[in-house]
Design a protein around this ligand. Structure first.
Ligand code: TIU
Length: 220
């Protein structure tokens, strides 16, 4: 077993049963002209964490541990996008509409892809998901079981939406979850802080948090 100096207390893990899940580091959320911007957000905040997420991915690559990259996107016919999601709010572009990076949040379009700096390497899993949580309507649970994974480290965007939803799904499924707090970001700094606080409150009710440096140190 190894230990990460985490909050609210040390996170103990066996590297042989630990994987990294990088949530939705896609152009649609991080670059201008995508889904995040269409919802009215300033995407520049998210862009800033790309190098830090890269350092975390490199640490898992160096330790030869499994890496799963998720992408929130839908089939071209939008058959996996519920009307409630498609019609919600008043975005400037809706899911499936053509934008500067192709159709918004549609698989196979440039905007749905992971930012080039964080592209998956051969052997890493890229998992498309139609919801906010990565377990809903995907084979993620079976993939983790097949690999004997019990501990999950999380990074990606956005903290209080897809990252927190996936952590809660994982927590309910019995995984010990750790969030890399400087490798996640929100369009709303106050929501990031609140999500981190609520994840680790009440004795790690959802999970632990630690910095990329603390995680990387434990993986060496
Ligand atoms: N809007 C927002 O904050 N997030 C999303 O719509 N998806 C993810 O978090 N990936």
């Amino acid at each position: 077993m190894k230990t990460i100096a985490a909050q609210p207390f040390d996170y103990a893990f066996d590297p042989a049963h630990t994987a990294l899940i990088v949530i939705d580091m896609q152009r649609d959320f991080i670059e201008p002209g995508g889904f995040g911007a269409a919802l009215g957000n300033d995407v520049s905040l998210l862009k800033k964490i790309v190098p830090t997420v890269g350092r975390l991915i490199d640490a898992f690559r160096a330790a030869k541990l499994p890496i799963i990259h998720t992408r929130e996107c839908h089939k071209p016919d939008l058959s996996d996008c519920p009307p409630a999601k498609l019609l919600r709010g008043k975005p400037s572009l809706r899911i499936g509409d053509p934008g500067p990076m192709g159709r918004i949040l549609v698989s196979g379009e440039p905007g749905a892809d992971i930012v080039p700096e964080l592209a998956a390497k051969p052997g890493e899993i890229v998992l498309d998901k139609p919801g906010k949580g990565a377990f809903y309507a995907t084979p993620l649970g079976d993939m983790l079981k097949a690999r004997g994974i019990t501990h999950l480290v999380f990074a990606g965007v956005t903290t209080e939406v897809c990252v927190q939803t996936t952590m809660r799904e994982a927590n309910d499924r019995g995984y010990d979850c750790l969030l890399a707090e400087d490798a996640t970001e929100s369009y709303f700094p106050e929501f990031k802080k609140a999500a981190i606080d609520m994840i680790r409150a009440q004795g790690a009710i959802v999970g632990w948090t630690a910095t990329v440096d603390q995680i990387a140190k434990a993986l060496v």
